[in-house]
Design a protein around this ligand. Structure first.
Ligand SMILES: [Zn+2]
Length: 311
């Protein structure tokens, strides 16, 4: 007799004496005329007494088996226990199983190059500390500002309270050289910028993003931030405080989406910008620069001299 486990996100609502509503992220189904049998099966699973229920000479035995089949078919229950208890991780895992919201993108090649839930995080400041703490709470393996030689099969992340082009370009180069995925995140005053998630060889990179920013004055915040870098403006002395709390959720959620293979929710070729004061949200495309100095030369060889001579 195998053990069944109820999905931790399952909610069961008795709508009326002959209707029960079952729901998780993927499915919402109302069952009619089986309230008692459903209750008995669910209780037996919860209390570990399913084997006894199925051994009884019960007139409804066949129905019990049908209910079990129905529950597993819709991921309301499983023969495997659900080790992860974080709701978002479970929702993402469920999306992965059901393929809800159309076709899932991928697989991203970058995923195969990393160990599960293993990251190297670079940066400093309040946002950095908070993201590290939250990842540890989720049982991630976290290396803080490791040597480049220690970066094997990890998702690389940069995270800081001010846009740091120098650090981001360094990690971008490391990602491309090692074929490791990299996620860039920053708190720019009250604006959280998350992305792009760089998949070397498949997506635009941080340098592509930087090149797109430079001439474009629509990116006012980024321009100001880059001027901070060049010492043109005085940095504010306030601490990020609650902005770091709000921004860290967006970063953690992006990391969970990547590791749970919810590719259509990953910020590949995109940057998420959230104004944490007025909640204005924007997802901006990051197009690949045709001759990006960071990601172009790695994947397209220049024509040989003889061919060039013909051009
Ligand atoms: Zn690039």
């Amino acid at each position: 007799m195998m053990n069944y486990f109820l999905h931790p996100n399952l909610t069961v609502t008795e709508v009326s004496p002959d209707k029960v509503h079952l729901a998780n992220l993927a499915h919402q189904i109302t069952i009619e005329g089986q309230n008692q049998n459903l209750k008995r099966v669910l209780q037996a699973i919860q209390t570990g007494t399913l084997a006894e229920l199925l051994q009884q000479q019960d007139p409804d035995l066949e129905t019990f088996y049908a209910i079990l089949e129905f529950l597993t078919e819709h991921q309301f229950a499983s023969l495997q226990s659900f080790a992860v208890t974080d709701k978002m991780m479970l929702d993402l895992a469920l999306l992965q199983v059901t393929g809800q919201d159309g076709e899932l993108k991928g697989p991203l090649a970058g995923y195969e190059n990393v160990r599960p839930n293993s990251v190297a995080i670079f940066g400093q400041g309040e946002l950095f500390s908070r993201v590290v703490a939250e990842l540890r709470a989720l049982d991630f393996s976290v290396l803080e500002n490791p040597e480049e030689s220690a970066c094997e099969r990890l998702l690389l992340i940069t995270c800081s309270d001010n846009l740091n082009f120098t650090l981001n370009k360094k990690i971008n180069a490391l990602a491309i050289a090692r074929q490791l995925p990299a996620l860039f995140a920053v708190l720019n005053e009250h604006i959280a910028l998350v992305g792009p998630l760089v998949i070397p060889g498949e997506s635009s990179c941080f340098s592509c993003y930087e090149h797109r920013l430079a001439p474009n004055m629509h990116f006012v915040e980024e321009t100001i931030a880059s001027q901070f870098q060049h010492g043109n403006l005085i940095k504010p002395r306030s601490k990020p405080g609650v902005y770091a709390i709000a921004a860290s959720f967006q970063i953690i959620s992006q990391i969970l989406k990547f590791f749970n293979r919810a590719y259509e929710l990953c910020l590949v070729n995109e940057v998420l910008e959230i104004n944490l004061l007025d909640y204005a949200t924007d997802i901006r495309p990051v197009l690949r620069i045709p001759h990006c100095p960071a990601c172009y030369s790695q994947h397209r060889l220049k024509p040989k001299a003889a061919v060039r001579a013909l051009l």
